[in-house]
Structures are given as structure tokens and as C-alpha cells.
Design a protein around this ligand. Sequence first.
Ligand SMILES: Nc1ncnc2c1ncn2[C@@H]1O[C@H](COP(=O)(O)OP(=O)(O)O)[C@@H](O)[C@H]1O
Ligand SMILES: [Mg+2]
Length: 272
Amino acid sequence: MMSKPILEVENVTFRYDKRLESEILNKISFTVNRGEWVAIIGHNGSGKSTLAKLLVGLLKPEKGSIHIAGIEMNEFSKWAVRCRTGLVFQNPENQFIGTSVQDDVAFALENMNLPYDEMKERVDKALDAVDMSSFRLHDPTQLSGGQKQRVAIAGILALKPDVLLLDEALVMLDPISRRELISTLQHLKISENISIISITHDMNEAAAADRIIVMKEGRIISNGAPKEVFSNNHIDLELPIVEQLRLKLIKRGRKVPHHYMTEEEMVAFLWK
Ligand SMILES: Nc1ncnc2c1ncn2[C@@H]1O[C@H](COP(=O)(O)OP(=O)(O)O)[C@@H](O)[C@H]1O
Ligand SMILES: [Mg+2]
């Protein structure tokens, strides 16, 4: 049975400056299901970060509505609904407060007045989910970029959100850490049944999502499975490595399937 989407964005319009005519976001509508990973891509200035701020209640839509778990986000519900979406952004440096990794994750829970045992359990579980348990006593400022982002994600996971929202959160990482984090996110999605929205320029990250939304000048111009979105390349996307390889093979006259392939499909194909 399909349950109701965890996130429903309906006809959201937004402007920073109401005196200006042009909308920053123009009639944005989409839904995200529980346990679904949606990537949002689009050129700089297309409105992705603005959308992220609306989703966590930092900005208010001018028109339209945002429902999370069936509750409409507004002035009254904002505080209750807000904690259902956890936002991780680009620079983890600014997100640390604690002197150890575990303190830092626990800090996020400080205001929730949880019993000590529950707090400890949440911290342990969150660090475990991002493979950082063995670093619990380390100084967060001494970690690598990838490890810092893992701790930042753990801090969010400890709050048990329905939606994990990543705004270019992996952009500073080297390709290997990025790859490892993508695979961690894929596991999280399944083990926690959490929904993920990742705003990204990295087409390999986007290819890992269940669905891709393409934004252009404040509008959604495409919304579909990676296969569909990559094969009718609307904006001049830097295609995922696998797709670049597929197109190169075609150029060299190799017989290659005529559709976008996942990494696994490509590997299986090449081994044939
Ligand atoms: N705080 C702000 N005040 C006014 N305009 C802004 C503000 N933040 C972003 N913008 C404008 O909104 C548009 C969308 O920006 P943004 O949401 O950051 O896009 P993206 O994340 O896709 O690069 C851009 O034209 C940007 O200049
Ligand atoms: Mg942005």
C-alpha cells in the first residue's frame, strides 16, 4: 500500500523582495515519499537553497503550501514541524559546538529534555549509522572533511527527523569520501526509512537518488527517475561518469544500450 507522501509542496511561490516582479520560486509543486531519495539539481541561482530554507521554515512561502507528515507549515505549527526536517549544509566547520564528537551530537538533543539513557542511545545509534562510533571521543575540529559531514549528519539523525535535507553538503569532500557518504546515505534510507532530499551539482550523487527534480529559474522543469531525466537532458548537465562512458562508447561505434544505465548495469554490460 502506498502511504501519503511525507512532504507535499504545492504551488509554492516566493520572492525576497515583494517590490520586484519576478519570482525566485514560481509555482513549485512536488512530493517526497517516506524512504525516498530525491535529488534537486539546477544551475546556480535557480532557487534550490531558497527552496531548502522554505522546507525548514526559515522562509515563508508567499503563496502555496508545504505539508510535512500531513501538517501544514505555518506560524503556529512551524516549531513542531520544523524538527521533522533536518538540514545539513556545505560547511560543517560552522556546525560544531561540542569538544568531542559525541558531545557535539548530544548537543543537538540538549533542548529536548530527554532522559539520559535515551539521549545516550540516540547518540550511539546516530554515530553508528554514519560509521563514526570509533571517533566518539575525538575533537571534531581535527576530523577530515568527510568525517565532519558524517558527524553533522549524525547530529541531525539523533533528532529522528522524517526528512534529511542536504544542501550541497558533499561538495567540499574529495571524490572518495563523497562516494562513501553516498553509500552511507543509501543504507540510511533503507535502515531508517528516512527520506532524503539532496541538492547537488554532482551528477553521481544525483544518479544515486530514486528521483531527480531539475530546477531552472525558479521553476521545476523536470521530475523523474534518473534514467528519464538524464536521457532527455534538458539543461546542459554534466552527466554522471557512467553516462559519459556510455556516450563515448557509442561514439566509438560500440553497441551499447540506448538508455541511461546505472553503474551496476554498466559493469554487468562491460563484463558480458
Ligand atoms: N537573501 C537573499 N536576498 C535576496 N535575494 C536572494 C537571497 N538569497 C538568494 N537570493 C537570490 O535568489 C535567487 C536564487 O538563489 P538560491 O536559492 O541561492 O539559488 P541556488 O541555491 O539554486 O544557487 C538568486 O537570484 C539569488 O541571487
Ligand atoms: Mg544554493
